[in-house]
Write a protein that binds this ligand. Structure first.
Ligand code: ATP
Ligand code: MG
Length: 571
Protein backbone atom coordinates (compact mmCIF):
# COMPACT_ATOMS: atom_id res chain seq x y z
CA UNK A 1 0.00 0.00 0.00
CA UNK A 2 1.31 3.44 -0.87
CA UNK A 3 1.41 5.92 1.98
CA UNK A 4 0.78 8.83 -0.39
CA UNK A 5 -2.52 7.32 -1.53
CA UNK A 6 -3.95 6.79 1.92
CA UNK A 7 -5.74 9.23 4.19
CA UNK A 8 -3.30 9.27 7.12
CA UNK A 9 -3.48 12.78 8.57
CA UNK A 10 -0.79 12.50 11.24
CA UNK A 11 -0.32 15.33 13.74
CA UNK A 12 2.99 16.55 15.14
CA UNK A 13 1.57 17.87 18.39
CA UNK A 14 -0.44 16.17 21.10
CA UNK A 15 -4.08 17.23 20.77
CA UNK A 16 -5.11 19.19 23.86
CA UNK A 17 -8.49 17.50 24.15
CA UNK A 18 -7.01 14.05 24.82
CA UNK A 19 -6.04 12.81 28.29
CA UNK A 20 -5.42 9.11 27.72
CA UNK A 21 -2.32 8.15 25.78
CA UNK A 22 -4.32 5.89 23.44
CA UNK A 23 -6.66 8.76 22.65
CA UNK A 24 -3.73 11.12 21.93
CA UNK A 25 -1.95 8.62 19.75
CA UNK A 26 -5.04 7.53 17.83
CA UNK A 27 -5.63 11.18 16.94
CA UNK A 28 -1.97 11.90 16.21
CA UNK A 29 -1.66 8.82 14.01
CA UNK A 30 -4.67 9.94 11.99
CA UNK A 31 -6.59 6.80 12.89
CA UNK A 32 -9.69 8.41 14.35
CA UNK A 33 -11.35 11.82 14.36
CA UNK A 34 -14.00 13.03 16.74
CA UNK A 35 -17.38 13.89 15.27
CA UNK A 36 -19.15 14.62 18.55
CA UNK A 37 -18.59 13.74 22.17
CA UNK A 38 -17.90 9.99 22.35
CA UNK A 39 -18.55 9.56 18.63
CA UNK A 40 -15.66 8.98 16.23
CA UNK A 41 -14.87 8.57 12.57
CA UNK A 42 -12.56 5.64 11.90
CA UNK A 43 -10.06 6.60 9.21
CA UNK A 44 -8.45 3.95 6.99
CA UNK A 45 -5.62 3.02 9.36
CA UNK A 46 -7.85 2.95 12.43
CA UNK A 47 -10.35 0.82 10.58
CA UNK A 48 -7.62 -1.65 9.61
CA UNK A 49 -6.80 -2.19 13.29
CA UNK A 50 -10.46 -2.44 14.23
CA UNK A 51 -11.05 -5.01 11.49
CA UNK A 52 -8.14 -7.09 12.72
CA UNK A 53 -9.61 -7.29 16.18
CA UNK A 54 -12.97 -8.11 14.64
CA UNK A 55 -11.49 -10.89 12.52
CA UNK A 56 -9.79 -12.53 15.50
CA UNK A 57 -12.96 -12.36 17.55
CA UNK A 58 -15.00 -13.83 14.70
CA UNK A 59 -12.56 -16.67 14.09
CA UNK A 60 -12.54 -17.74 17.72
CA UNK A 61 -16.30 -17.38 18.17
CA UNK A 62 -16.91 -19.49 15.08
CA UNK A 63 -14.37 -22.01 16.23
CA UNK A 64 -16.21 -22.28 19.55
CA UNK A 65 -19.40 -23.14 17.72
CA UNK A 66 -21.13 -19.76 17.81
CA UNK A 67 -23.00 -18.51 14.74
CA UNK A 68 -22.88 -14.95 13.50
CA UNK A 69 -26.04 -12.92 13.03
CA UNK A 70 -26.66 -9.23 12.56
CA UNK A 71 -29.48 -7.69 14.56
CA UNK A 72 -30.99 -4.24 14.06
CA UNK A 73 -29.39 -1.29 15.83
CA UNK A 74 -32.77 0.40 16.22
CA UNK A 75 -35.08 -1.45 18.55
CA UNK A 76 -38.78 -1.05 19.39
CA UNK A 77 -39.42 0.34 22.87
CA UNK A 78 -42.16 -2.28 23.37
CA UNK A 79 -39.61 -5.05 23.75
CA UNK A 80 -37.89 -3.09 26.48
CA UNK A 81 -41.24 -2.50 28.15
CA UNK A 82 -41.77 -6.23 28.08
CA UNK A 83 -38.42 -7.01 29.72
CA UNK A 84 -38.99 -4.23 32.23
CA UNK A 85 -35.78 -2.43 31.27
CA UNK A 86 -37.48 0.55 29.61
CA UNK A 87 -38.03 1.90 33.14
CA UNK A 88 -34.75 0.94 34.76
CA UNK A 89 -32.10 1.38 32.07
CA UNK A 90 -31.65 5.08 32.73
CA UNK A 91 -30.30 7.83 30.53
CA UNK A 92 -27.66 5.69 28.86
CA UNK A 93 -30.47 4.34 26.70
CA UNK A 94 -30.93 6.66 23.73
CA UNK A 95 -34.69 6.83 23.27
CA UNK A 96 -36.61 8.46 20.44
CA UNK A 97 -39.88 8.21 18.57
CA UNK A 98 -40.44 7.23 14.96
CA UNK A 99 -42.83 9.14 12.65
CA UNK A 100 -45.77 7.18 14.04
CA UNK A 101 -44.95 8.24 17.56
CA UNK A 102 -43.75 4.77 18.57
CA UNK A 103 -41.04 4.47 21.21
CA UNK A 104 -37.69 3.35 19.85
CA UNK A 105 -34.17 3.10 21.14
CA UNK A 106 -30.72 2.66 19.70
CA UNK A 107 -29.47 -0.66 21.04
CA UNK A 108 -26.97 -0.45 23.90
CA UNK A 109 -27.12 -4.28 24.13
CA UNK A 110 -29.38 -6.89 22.56
CA UNK A 111 -30.82 -9.31 25.13
CA UNK A 112 -34.37 -8.29 24.28
CA UNK A 113 -33.99 -8.53 20.51
CA UNK A 114 -32.22 -11.88 20.52
CA UNK A 115 -34.61 -13.40 23.07
CA UNK A 116 -37.50 -12.23 20.94
CA UNK A 117 -35.94 -13.89 17.88
CA UNK A 118 -35.35 -17.13 19.71
CA UNK A 119 -38.79 -17.29 21.31
CA UNK A 120 -40.30 -17.10 17.84
CA UNK A 121 -38.01 -19.64 16.18
CA UNK A 122 -37.14 -22.16 18.87
CA UNK A 123 -39.81 -24.47 20.29
CA UNK A 124 -38.18 -27.80 21.00
CA UNK A 125 -35.22 -29.09 23.02
CA UNK A 126 -34.00 -30.49 19.69
CA UNK A 127 -33.19 -26.95 18.53
CA UNK A 128 -31.01 -26.29 21.58
CA UNK A 129 -28.34 -25.34 22.44
CA UNK A 130 -27.87 -22.29 20.29
CA UNK A 131 -25.06 -19.76 20.49
CA UNK A 132 -25.52 -16.58 18.45
CA UNK A 133 -23.33 -13.51 18.25
CA UNK A 134 -22.98 -10.31 16.30
CA UNK A 135 -20.41 -7.56 15.85
CA UNK A 136 -22.16 -4.25 15.72
CA UNK A 137 -22.15 -0.61 16.73
CA UNK A 138 -23.81 0.03 20.06
CA UNK A 139 -24.90 3.34 21.45
CA UNK A 140 -24.83 4.19 25.15
CA UNK A 141 -25.33 7.76 26.15
CA UNK A 142 -22.55 7.52 28.74
CA UNK A 143 -22.59 10.17 31.45
CA UNK A 144 -18.89 10.86 30.93
CA UNK A 145 -17.62 9.67 27.56
CA UNK A 146 -13.85 9.79 27.87
CA UNK A 147 -10.47 8.50 26.84
CA UNK A 148 -11.39 8.28 23.17
CA UNK A 149 -12.29 4.74 22.19
CA UNK A 150 -12.13 3.46 25.77
CA UNK A 151 -15.45 4.94 26.78
CA UNK A 152 -17.28 6.13 23.74
CA UNK A 153 -20.97 6.66 23.25
CA UNK A 154 -21.00 4.82 19.94
CA UNK A 155 -18.69 1.82 19.99
CA UNK A 156 -18.19 -1.54 18.35
CA UNK A 157 -19.14 -4.55 20.43
CA UNK A 158 -19.23 -8.26 19.93
CA UNK A 159 -22.25 -9.44 21.82
CA UNK A 160 -23.12 -13.10 22.06
CA UNK A 161 -26.04 -14.92 23.64
CA UNK A 162 -26.49 -18.62 24.24
CA UNK A 163 -29.67 -20.63 24.79
CA UNK A 164 -29.90 -23.94 26.59
CA UNK A 165 -32.30 -26.63 27.67
CA UNK A 166 -30.59 -27.00 31.05
CA UNK A 167 -28.55 -25.04 33.50
CA UNK A 168 -25.74 -27.59 33.24
CA UNK A 169 -25.57 -27.07 29.50
CA UNK A 170 -25.45 -23.29 30.00
CA UNK A 171 -22.49 -23.77 32.33
CA UNK A 172 -20.64 -25.90 29.79
CA UNK A 173 -21.11 -23.15 27.23
CA UNK A 174 -19.93 -20.57 29.75
CA UNK A 175 -16.70 -22.54 30.09
CA UNK A 176 -16.32 -22.75 26.29
CA UNK A 177 -16.73 -18.98 26.04
CA UNK A 178 -14.25 -18.51 28.88
CA UNK A 179 -11.72 -20.53 26.90
CA UNK A 180 -12.52 -18.75 23.63
CA UNK A 181 -12.05 -15.36 25.28
CA UNK A 182 -8.69 -16.41 26.63
CA UNK A 183 -7.62 -17.39 23.11
CA UNK A 184 -8.92 -14.13 21.66
CA UNK A 185 -7.00 -11.90 24.04
CA UNK A 186 -3.88 -14.04 23.78
CA UNK A 187 -3.99 -13.86 20.00
CA UNK A 188 -4.46 -10.10 20.23
CA UNK A 189 -1.09 -10.04 21.97
CA UNK A 190 -2.46 -8.41 25.11
CA UNK A 191 -1.39 -8.82 28.74
CA UNK A 192 -4.63 -9.49 30.56
CA UNK A 193 -6.15 -11.02 33.63
CA UNK A 194 -9.45 -12.81 34.09
CA UNK A 195 -11.27 -11.66 37.21
CA UNK A 196 -14.39 -12.69 39.06
CA UNK A 197 -16.94 -9.98 38.49
CA UNK A 198 -20.04 -8.80 40.23
CA UNK A 199 -23.05 -10.74 39.03
CA UNK A 200 -25.66 -8.90 41.02
CA UNK A 201 -27.49 -10.23 44.08
CA UNK A 202 -27.43 -13.82 42.76
CA UNK A 203 -23.70 -13.98 43.51
CA UNK A 204 -21.72 -17.03 42.55
CA UNK A 205 -18.79 -17.14 40.21
CA UNK A 206 -20.70 -17.00 36.96
CA UNK A 207 -19.49 -13.68 35.80
CA UNK A 208 -15.95 -13.01 34.70
CA UNK A 209 -14.35 -9.92 33.26
CA UNK A 210 -11.29 -9.89 31.06
CA UNK A 211 -9.04 -7.01 32.01
CA UNK A 212 -6.19 -5.63 29.94
CA UNK A 213 -3.59 -4.61 32.49
CA UNK A 214 -2.74 -0.92 32.25
CA UNK A 215 -1.94 1.79 34.79
CA UNK A 216 -4.52 3.98 33.13
CA UNK A 217 -7.36 1.46 33.52
CA UNK A 218 -10.61 2.63 35.13
CA UNK A 219 -11.11 -0.69 36.92
CA UNK A 220 -9.17 -1.92 39.92
CA UNK A 221 -8.67 -5.60 40.50
CA UNK A 222 -7.44 -7.53 43.48
CA UNK A 223 -5.10 -10.32 42.53
CA UNK A 224 -3.54 -12.94 44.79
CA UNK A 225 0.24 -13.29 44.61
CA UNK A 226 0.09 -16.90 45.79
CA UNK A 227 -2.88 -18.48 43.98
CA UNK A 228 -4.86 -17.61 40.86
CA UNK A 229 -7.65 -15.75 42.67
CA UNK A 230 -8.40 -12.41 41.03
CA UNK A 231 -11.53 -10.33 41.32
CA UNK A 232 -12.84 -6.93 40.38
CA UNK A 233 -12.58 -4.66 43.41
CA UNK A 234 -16.37 -4.32 43.25
CA UNK A 235 -16.61 -8.00 43.97
CA UNK A 236 -13.46 -9.04 45.85
CA UNK A 237 -14.42 -10.61 49.16
CA UNK A 238 -13.02 -9.49 52.46
CA UNK A 239 -11.99 -12.11 54.96
CA UNK A 240 -12.19 -10.99 58.53
CA UNK A 241 -8.66 -10.87 59.91
CA UNK A 242 -8.51 -13.00 63.09
CA UNK A 243 -11.31 -10.97 64.58
CA UNK A 244 -13.08 -11.31 67.88
CA UNK A 245 -16.74 -10.96 67.05
CA UNK A 246 -18.73 -10.22 70.15
CA UNK A 247 -15.72 -9.08 72.13
CA UNK A 248 -16.69 -8.16 75.66
CA UNK A 249 -17.41 -4.45 76.23
CA UNK A 250 -14.12 -2.82 77.08
CA UNK A 251 -15.58 -0.43 79.56
CA UNK A 252 -18.64 1.18 80.98
CA UNK A 253 -21.55 2.63 79.02
CA UNK A 254 -21.05 5.07 76.15
CA UNK A 255 -20.31 8.65 77.01
CA UNK A 256 -21.24 11.74 75.04
CA UNK A 257 -18.41 14.13 74.25
CA UNK A 258 -18.53 17.63 72.83
CA UNK A 259 -16.83 17.71 69.41
CA UNK A 260 -17.57 21.16 67.95
CA UNK A 261 -17.21 21.34 64.15
CA UNK A 262 -15.42 17.98 64.20
CA UNK A 263 -17.00 15.99 61.38
CA UNK A 264 -14.74 13.86 59.25
CA UNK A 265 -13.14 10.64 60.40
CA UNK A 266 -9.73 12.30 60.32
CA UNK A 267 -10.93 15.28 62.33
CA UNK A 268 -12.57 13.05 64.93
CA UNK A 269 -9.48 10.85 65.21
CA UNK A 270 -7.23 13.89 65.71
CA UNK A 271 -9.60 15.60 68.14
CA UNK A 272 -10.14 12.54 70.36
CA UNK A 273 -6.63 11.23 69.87
CA UNK A 274 -7.78 7.81 68.61
CA UNK A 275 -6.97 5.92 65.43
CA UNK A 276 -9.39 6.00 62.49
CA UNK A 277 -9.86 2.25 63.07
CA UNK A 278 -11.53 3.10 66.42
CA UNK A 279 -14.24 5.11 64.69
CA UNK A 280 -17.49 3.92 63.13
CA UNK A 281 -18.70 5.95 60.15
CA UNK A 282 -22.47 6.08 59.88
CA UNK A 283 -23.56 6.78 56.33
CA UNK A 284 -27.17 7.54 55.50
CA UNK A 285 -28.21 6.31 52.06
CA UNK A 286 -31.42 6.68 50.10
CA UNK A 287 -32.69 3.64 48.22
CA UNK A 288 -35.84 2.93 46.25
CA UNK A 289 -37.06 1.11 49.39
CA UNK A 290 -36.39 4.00 51.74
CA UNK A 291 -33.40 5.28 53.71
CA UNK A 292 -30.88 3.04 55.47
CA UNK A 293 -27.82 3.54 57.65
CA UNK A 294 -24.53 1.84 56.86
CA UNK A 295 -21.83 1.34 59.42
CA UNK A 296 -18.26 1.07 58.32
CA UNK A 297 -15.01 1.29 60.24
CA UNK A 298 -13.31 4.69 59.93
CA UNK A 299 -10.29 3.34 58.07
CA UNK A 300 -12.42 1.36 55.58
CA UNK A 301 -14.30 2.25 52.39
CA UNK A 302 -17.92 1.30 51.68
CA UNK A 303 -18.36 -0.96 48.67
CA UNK A 304 -21.61 0.24 47.14
CA UNK A 305 -21.90 -2.76 44.83
CA UNK A 306 -21.88 -5.10 47.82
CA UNK A 307 -24.44 -2.91 49.56
CA UNK A 308 -26.75 -2.89 46.54
CA UNK A 309 -26.54 -6.66 46.29
CA UNK A 310 -27.26 -7.14 49.97
CA UNK A 311 -30.22 -4.75 49.95
CA UNK A 312 -31.34 -5.90 46.49
CA UNK A 313 -31.70 -2.30 45.33
CA UNK A 314 -30.57 -0.51 42.18
CA UNK A 315 -30.66 3.04 43.53
CA UNK A 316 -28.18 3.84 46.28
CA UNK A 317 -27.23 7.46 46.88
CA UNK A 318 -25.89 9.28 49.89
CA UNK A 319 -28.63 11.30 51.55
CA UNK A 320 -28.36 15.09 51.32
CA UNK A 321 -27.76 17.33 54.33
CA UNK A 322 -31.47 18.10 54.79
CA UNK A 323 -32.47 14.43 54.81
CA UNK A 324 -29.64 13.57 57.19
CA UNK A 325 -30.90 16.24 59.57
CA UNK A 326 -34.45 14.93 59.27
CA UNK A 327 -33.47 11.30 59.82
CA UNK A 328 -30.81 11.66 62.52
CA UNK A 329 -31.65 14.99 64.13
CA UNK A 330 -28.11 16.22 63.51
CA UNK A 331 -25.95 17.86 60.87
CA UNK A 332 -23.88 15.72 58.49
CA UNK A 333 -20.90 14.32 60.38
CA UNK A 334 -22.68 13.48 63.60
CA UNK A 335 -24.86 10.49 62.70
CA UNK A 336 -24.49 7.36 64.81
CA UNK A 337 -26.20 3.99 65.28
CA UNK A 338 -27.25 4.38 68.94
CA UNK A 339 -31.00 5.10 69.14
CA UNK A 340 -31.16 5.58 65.38
CA UNK A 341 -34.53 4.70 63.96
CA UNK A 342 -33.45 3.32 60.57
CA UNK A 343 -32.59 -0.11 59.20
CA UNK A 344 -28.88 -0.47 60.08
CA UNK A 345 -26.44 -2.54 58.04
CA UNK A 346 -23.00 -3.03 59.53
CA UNK A 347 -19.80 -4.18 57.94
CA UNK A 348 -18.43 -7.27 59.65
CA UNK A 349 -15.43 -5.33 60.97
CA UNK A 350 -17.76 -3.01 62.89
CA UNK A 351 -19.44 -5.91 64.64
CA UNK A 352 -16.01 -6.98 65.90
CA UNK A 353 -15.18 -3.66 67.58
CA UNK A 354 -15.03 -3.47 71.36
CA UNK A 355 -15.17 0.27 72.03
CA UNK A 356 -15.98 2.54 69.14
CA UNK A 357 -16.39 6.24 68.57
CA UNK A 358 -19.64 7.08 66.75
CA UNK A 359 -21.71 10.14 66.01
CA UNK A 360 -24.27 10.99 68.74
CA UNK A 361 -27.13 12.07 66.42
CA UNK A 362 -26.67 15.48 67.98
CA UNK A 363 -24.81 18.24 66.18
CA UNK A 364 -21.26 18.77 67.51
CA UNK A 365 -21.37 15.61 69.61
CA UNK A 366 -19.93 12.10 69.42
CA UNK A 367 -20.22 9.03 71.62
CA UNK A 368 -17.18 7.17 72.87
CA UNK A 369 -16.96 3.61 74.25
CA UNK A 370 -19.82 2.36 72.07
CA UNK A 371 -19.99 -1.41 72.05
CA UNK A 372 -21.83 -2.67 68.97
CA UNK A 373 -23.48 -5.79 70.39
CA UNK A 374 -24.51 -4.02 73.56
CA UNK A 375 -25.44 -0.51 72.53
CA UNK A 376 -27.39 -0.82 69.28
CA UNK A 377 -29.07 -3.39 67.09
CA UNK A 378 -28.31 -3.97 63.47
CA UNK A 379 -30.64 -5.35 60.82
CA UNK A 380 -27.76 -7.32 59.30
CA UNK A 381 -24.00 -7.66 59.47
CA UNK A 382 -22.23 -8.48 56.20
CA UNK A 383 -19.13 -7.90 54.10
CA UNK A 384 -19.79 -4.34 52.93
CA UNK A 385 -16.37 -2.85 52.41
CA UNK A 386 -13.80 -2.73 49.65
CA UNK A 387 -10.68 -4.84 50.02
CA UNK A 388 -7.28 -3.22 50.30
CA UNK A 389 -3.78 -4.48 49.60
CA UNK A 390 -3.50 -5.14 53.35
CA UNK A 391 -6.25 -7.77 53.20
CA UNK A 392 -5.57 -11.44 52.60
CA UNK A 393 -6.70 -13.61 49.71
CA UNK A 394 -10.17 -15.05 50.47
CA UNK A 395 -9.16 -18.35 48.87
CA UNK A 396 -5.68 -19.12 50.19
CA UNK A 397 -4.83 -16.41 52.69
CA UNK A 398 -1.99 -15.21 50.47
CA UNK A 399 -0.95 -11.64 49.85
CA UNK A 400 -3.17 -9.49 47.63
CA UNK A 401 -2.04 -6.88 45.19
CA UNK A 402 -4.18 -4.24 43.50
CA UNK A 403 -3.82 -3.76 39.76
CA UNK A 404 -5.46 -1.46 37.26
CA UNK A 405 -7.18 -2.77 34.20
CA UNK A 406 -9.37 -1.96 31.23
CA UNK A 407 -12.40 -4.22 30.89
CA UNK A 408 -12.39 -5.64 27.38
CA UNK A 409 -14.67 -8.61 27.84
CA UNK A 410 -17.41 -9.83 30.11
CA UNK A 411 -19.10 -13.23 30.28
CA UNK A 412 -22.23 -13.74 32.29
CA UNK A 413 -24.58 -16.56 33.17
CA UNK A 414 -28.00 -15.00 32.75
CA UNK A 415 -30.17 -17.89 33.84
CA UNK A 416 -33.82 -17.35 32.98
CA UNK A 417 -34.04 -13.60 33.59
CA UNK A 418 -34.94 -12.72 30.00
CA UNK A 419 -36.63 -15.96 28.99
CA UNK A 420 -38.97 -15.47 31.91
CA UNK A 421 -39.72 -11.83 31.13
CA UNK A 422 -40.22 -12.48 27.41
CA UNK A 423 -41.65 -15.99 27.77
CA UNK A 424 -39.01 -17.80 25.75
CA UNK A 425 -39.88 -21.43 26.33
CA UNK A 426 -39.29 -24.83 24.75
CA UNK A 427 -40.82 -28.28 25.04
CA UNK A 428 -38.52 -30.76 26.76
CA UNK A 429 -38.26 -34.49 25.97
CA UNK A 430 -41.29 -35.19 28.10
CA UNK A 431 -43.30 -32.58 26.24
CA UNK A 432 -43.20 -30.19 29.21
CA UNK A 433 -42.85 -26.47 28.69
CA UNK A 434 -39.61 -25.10 30.18
CA UNK A 435 -37.88 -21.74 30.30
CA UNK A 436 -34.73 -21.44 28.21
CA UNK A 437 -31.47 -20.94 30.13
CA UNK A 438 -29.29 -18.15 28.79
CA UNK A 439 -25.77 -16.81 28.92
CA UNK A 440 -24.38 -13.57 27.47
CA UNK A 441 -20.88 -12.71 26.37
CA UNK A 442 -19.57 -9.27 25.40
CA UNK A 443 -16.33 -7.95 23.97
CA UNK A 444 -15.47 -4.30 23.50
CA UNK A 445 -13.98 -4.52 20.00
CA UNK A 446 -13.20 -0.83 19.61
CA UNK A 447 -12.09 -0.59 23.23
CA UNK A 448 -9.50 -3.30 22.52
CA UNK A 449 -7.86 -1.04 19.93
CA UNK A 450 -7.35 1.61 22.61
CA UNK A 451 -6.39 -0.91 25.29
CA UNK A 452 -3.65 -2.33 23.06
CA UNK A 453 -2.23 1.17 22.69
CA UNK A 454 -2.49 1.92 26.41
CA UNK A 455 -0.39 -1.18 26.90
CA UNK A 456 2.02 -0.63 24.03
CA UNK A 457 3.46 2.85 23.54
CA UNK A 458 6.53 4.98 24.14
CA UNK A 459 7.59 8.59 23.58
CA UNK A 460 7.63 8.04 19.85
CA UNK A 461 4.15 6.57 19.51
CA UNK A 462 2.28 3.31 19.40
CA UNK A 463 3.83 -0.13 19.67
CA UNK A 464 1.30 -2.54 18.21
CA UNK A 465 1.34 -6.28 18.72
CA UNK A 466 1.89 -7.88 15.31
CA UNK A 467 -1.65 -9.27 15.26
CA UNK A 468 -3.26 -5.82 15.52
CA UNK A 469 -0.84 -3.50 13.72
CA UNK A 470 -2.41 -1.60 10.81
CA UNK A 471 0.47 -2.86 8.66
CA UNK A 472 3.11 -5.38 9.62
CA UNK A 473 5.95 -3.64 7.81
CA UNK A 474 6.82 -0.04 7.04
CA UNK A 475 9.03 0.24 3.97
CA UNK A 476 11.03 3.46 3.77
CA UNK A 477 13.22 4.44 0.84
CA UNK A 478 15.79 7.04 1.94
CA UNK A 479 15.71 8.88 -1.34
CA UNK A 480 13.13 8.40 -4.05
CA UNK A 481 15.07 10.74 -6.31
CA UNK A 482 17.79 8.16 -6.55
CA UNK A 483 16.63 6.04 -9.47
CA UNK A 484 18.29 2.83 -8.29
CA UNK A 485 16.81 3.12 -4.80
CA UNK A 486 13.43 3.93 -6.21
CA UNK A 487 13.42 1.00 -8.54
CA UNK A 488 14.61 -1.43 -5.92
CA UNK A 489 12.08 -0.15 -3.40
CA UNK A 490 9.20 -0.55 -5.82
CA UNK A 491 10.37 -4.00 -6.70
CA UNK A 492 10.64 -5.03 -3.05
CA UNK A 493 7.27 -3.54 -2.28
CA UNK A 494 5.65 -5.59 -5.02
CA UNK A 495 7.45 -8.73 -3.87
CA UNK A 496 6.34 -8.21 -0.27
CA UNK A 497 2.73 -7.72 -1.25
CA UNK A 498 2.87 -10.74 -3.52
CA UNK A 499 4.18 -12.77 -0.56
CA UNK A 500 1.16 -11.66 1.47
CA UNK A 501 2.98 -9.24 3.76
CA UNK A 502 1.05 -6.19 4.87
CA UNK A 503 3.39 -3.39 3.93
CA UNK A 504 3.01 0.37 3.97
CA UNK A 505 5.40 1.86 1.43
CA UNK A 506 6.27 5.43 2.40
CA UNK A 507 6.52 6.91 -1.09
CA UNK A 508 5.92 10.49 0.11
CA UNK A 509 8.25 13.27 -0.91
CA UNK A 510 9.38 13.82 2.69
CA UNK A 511 12.67 13.83 4.54
CA UNK A 512 13.70 10.44 5.95
CA UNK A 513 13.38 11.85 9.49
CA UNK A 514 9.70 12.60 8.94
CA UNK A 515 9.08 9.11 7.59
CA UNK A 516 10.90 7.45 10.48
CA UNK A 517 8.85 9.47 12.95
CA UNK A 518 5.55 8.57 11.32
CA UNK A 519 6.51 4.91 11.08
CA UNK A 520 7.19 4.87 14.84
CA UNK A 521 4.04 6.88 15.57
CA UNK A 522 1.88 4.36 13.69
CA UNK A 523 3.43 1.55 15.68
CA UNK A 524 4.35 -0.59 12.69
CA UNK A 525 6.19 -3.59 14.20
CA UNK A 526 8.94 -3.79 11.54
CA UNK A 527 10.67 -1.01 9.63
CA UNK A 528 12.69 -1.69 6.50
CA UNK A 529 14.94 1.11 5.28
CA UNK A 530 16.50 1.19 1.84
CA UNK A 531 19.27 3.68 1.04
CA UNK A 532 21.76 4.04 -1.79
CA UNK A 533 24.66 3.03 0.46
CA UNK A 534 23.12 -0.12 1.88
CA UNK A 535 21.63 -1.08 -1.46
CA UNK A 536 25.07 -0.83 -3.01
CA UNK A 537 26.08 -3.57 -0.58
CA UNK A 538 22.95 -5.55 -1.41
CA UNK A 539 21.51 -4.99 2.07
CA UNK A 540 18.48 -3.47 3.77
CA UNK A 541 18.20 -2.23 7.34
CA UNK A 542 15.52 -4.00 9.40
CA UNK A 543 14.45 -2.56 12.73
CA UNK A 544 11.90 -3.90 15.19
CA UNK A 545 9.69 -1.29 16.79
CA UNK A 546 9.35 -2.89 20.19
CA UNK A 547 12.94 -3.93 20.90
CA UNK A 548 14.61 -1.32 18.76
CA UNK A 549 16.85 -4.11 17.49
CA UNK A 550 18.35 -3.19 14.11
CA UNK A 551 20.07 -5.59 11.73
CA UNK A 552 21.37 -5.48 8.17
CA UNK A 553 19.78 -8.17 6.04
CA UNK A 554 20.88 -9.27 2.56
CA UNK A 555 18.19 -8.38 0.03
CA UNK A 556 17.81 -11.92 -1.24
CA UNK A 557 16.94 -13.16 2.24
CA UNK A 558 14.78 -10.17 3.18
CA UNK A 559 11.35 -11.66 2.52
CA UNK A 560 11.96 -14.82 4.50
CA UNK A 561 13.57 -12.78 7.28
CA UNK A 562 10.43 -10.64 7.57
CA UNK A 563 8.15 -13.63 7.35
CA UNK A 564 10.06 -15.24 10.18
CA UNK A 565 9.70 -12.16 12.42
CA UNK A 566 5.97 -12.05 11.73
CA UNK A 567 5.52 -15.77 12.31
CA UNK A 568 7.35 -15.58 15.64
CA UNK A 569 5.33 -12.63 16.88
CA UNK A 570 1.97 -14.06 15.84
CA UNK A 571 2.53 -17.28 17.84
P1 ATP B 1 -18.22 -0.59 31.77
O1 ATP B 1 -18.26 -1.11 33.19
O2 ATP B 1 -16.83 -0.31 31.28
O3 ATP B 1 -19.20 0.50 31.50
P2 ATP B 1 -20.13 -2.54 31.01
O4 ATP B 1 -20.13 -3.48 32.16
O5 ATP B 1 -21.18 -1.52 30.90
O6 ATP B 1 -18.70 -1.84 30.90
P3 ATP B 1 -20.96 -4.58 29.13
O7 ATP B 1 -22.36 -4.15 29.14
O8 ATP B 1 -20.58 -5.86 29.76
O9 ATP B 1 -20.04 -3.40 29.68
O10 ATP B 1 -20.44 -4.53 27.61
C1 ATP B 1 -19.54 -5.47 27.05
C2 ATP B 1 -18.20 -4.83 26.71
O11 ATP B 1 -18.35 -3.66 25.91
C3 ATP B 1 -17.41 -4.35 27.91
O12 ATP B 1 -16.67 -5.41 28.47
C4 ATP B 1 -16.52 -3.29 27.32
O13 ATP B 1 -15.34 -3.88 26.81
C5 ATP B 1 -17.32 -2.74 26.17
N1 ATP B 1 -17.90 -1.42 26.50
C6 ATP B 1 -18.89 -1.15 27.38
N2 ATP B 1 -19.17 0.17 27.40
C7 ATP B 1 -18.32 0.75 26.50
C8 ATP B 1 -18.13 2.09 26.04
N3 ATP B 1 -18.86 3.10 26.52
N4 ATP B 1 -17.17 2.33 25.10
C9 ATP B 1 -16.43 1.32 24.61
N5 ATP B 1 -16.58 0.03 24.99
C10 ATP B 1 -17.51 -0.26 25.92
MG1 MG C 1 -21.25 0.52 31.27
Amino acid sequence: MLFSRMLIPTLKEDPAEAEAVSHKLLLRAGMIRKLASGIYNYLPLGLRVLRKVERLVREEMNRAGAQEVLLPAVQPGELWQESGRWQIYGKELLRFKDRHGRDCCFGPTHEEVITDLVRREVHSYRQLPLNLYQIQMKFRDEMRPRFGLIRGREFLMKDGYSFHASEADAETCYQDMYDAYNRIFQRCGLRFKVVEADSGPIGGSFSHEFMVLAETGEDVLASCLACDYAANLEKAEVVLAAANPGAAPATAAPEEVHTPEVRTVEEVAAFLNVSTADIVKTLIYETENGPVALLIRGDHEVNEVKVKNLLRVTDLTLAGAGRVRELTGAEVGFAGPVDLNLPIYADQAVAAMAAAVTGANKTDHHLVRVHPARDFQVTQTADLRTVTAQDRCPRCGGELTLLRGIEVGHIFKLGTKYSQALKAVFLDEAGQEQLIFMGCYGIGVSRIVAAAIEQGNDDQGMIFPMALAPFQVGLIPISLNDAATREKALELHAAMEAAGLEVLFDDRDERPGVKFKDCDLLGLPVRVVLGPKTLAKGMAEVRQRRSGETVMVPLEGLLSHLQEIIRQEMD
